[in-house]
Design a protein around this ligand. Structure first.
Ligand SMILES: C[S@@+](CC[C@H](N)C(=O)[O-])C[C@H]1O[C@@H](n2cnc3c(N)ncnc32)[C@H](O)[C@@H]1O
Length: 268
């Protein structure tokens, strides 16, 4: 499994990501990831590919006192926003394939909605396991496959029709780890022992279908790839394809299915 899509964004898009994507989608998943990883007081926790830091911020109150929470991401813009929002937490720049920590540094290594953007997922999981302590946990969240997404399926199909290959590559990558059997093979292939699996039916909540389209474009690498006409067509297309998920008041509640996996770090 390989991708060339690394979800690299500008500082402006990172601000949009924090203001729009995080409350609409990612905040719902962070406590579920902390739960499946069993994060508790006194633990040291790493948030890999932390983006603007929603997972790190969510686990921080759980580790209390002697605990430690670190967020690491490749993207300087994401980290700048993470530092602004939560200056008291520890933020590090780094690539998942060479994490800047010694072996066994963390009780729990968490990674939310990012595995699909790593060029070598097995190598990434091995590196996450390396910085986890033996007997500790690596836990992941990924979106389920596109064919299991009743709202995003039609939205992506429409956006790809409008914007072509430039949009296709990114929009397909979001769902690239969604086949559960393949995902579990990748996790075990990296030497981790799967301990718990959960598929969750989440809800992406936006003020309107337009707002979903705006977020998907302006808070992601798509912003730099579309013409003004394509962007306009995606917004009006969203109103049509997302109509079944739009309430009488115009707000959108789009189902978003995803998988959570927890795995034990082996002893060396
Ligand atoms: C969709 S965002 C998810 C961010 C965050 N986990 C959340 O739940 O909001 C994907 C993140 O993966 C990061 N990323 C992509 N490739 C990476 C790599 N090789 N190493 C570290 N971070 C990476 C991107 O910079 C981006 O912040």
């Amino acid at each position: 499994m390989t991708t060339t899509e690394g979800f690299q964004v500008s500082l402006d898009a990172a601000e949009q990501y924090e203001a729009r994507f995080v409350p609409a989608i990612f905040a719902e998943w962070a406590p579920l990831l902390a739960d499946i990883a069993g994060v508790r007081a006194g633990q040291s926790v790493l948030d890999v590919a932390c983006g603007t830091g929603i997972v790190a911020r969510t686990v921080a109150p759980r580790v209390t006192g002697t605990g430690r929470v670190v967020g690491v991401d490749l993207n300087d813009g994401m980290l700048a926003v993470a530092r602004r929002v939560a200056p008291d937490l520890e933020w590090r720049q780094g690539d998942v394939t060479a994490l800047p920590f010694v072996d066994g540094s963390f009780d729990a290594v968490l990674c939310q909605m990012a595995l699909m953007f790593f060029p070598d997922r097995t190598a990434a999981l091995r590196e996450m396991a390396r910085v986890g302590r033996p007997g500790g946990v690596v836990a992941l969240t990924v979106p389920a496959s596109l064919d299991a997404q009743p709202a995003y399926g039609p939205f992506v199909e429409m956006a790809v029709r409008v914007a072509g290959a430039e949009a296709l590559s990114l929009l397909n990558t979001y769902w690239a780890c969604g086949d559960l059997r393949e995902l579990l093979n990748t996790v075990t292939g990296a030497g981790l022992a799967v301990t718990e699996i959960r598929t969750h039916a989440g809800t992406a909540r936006f003020d309107s279908p337009d707002e979903l389209a705006l977020t998907e474009v302006e808070a992601s690498p798509l912003a730099a790839r579309l013409t003004r006409e394509q962007y306009g067509a995606i917004r009006s297309g969203a109103r049509k394809v997302l109509a079944p998920f739009t309430g009488p008041d115009g707000t959108l509640a789009a189902p978003l299915h995803g998988h959570l996996v927890a795995a034990r770090v082996p002893s060396p």
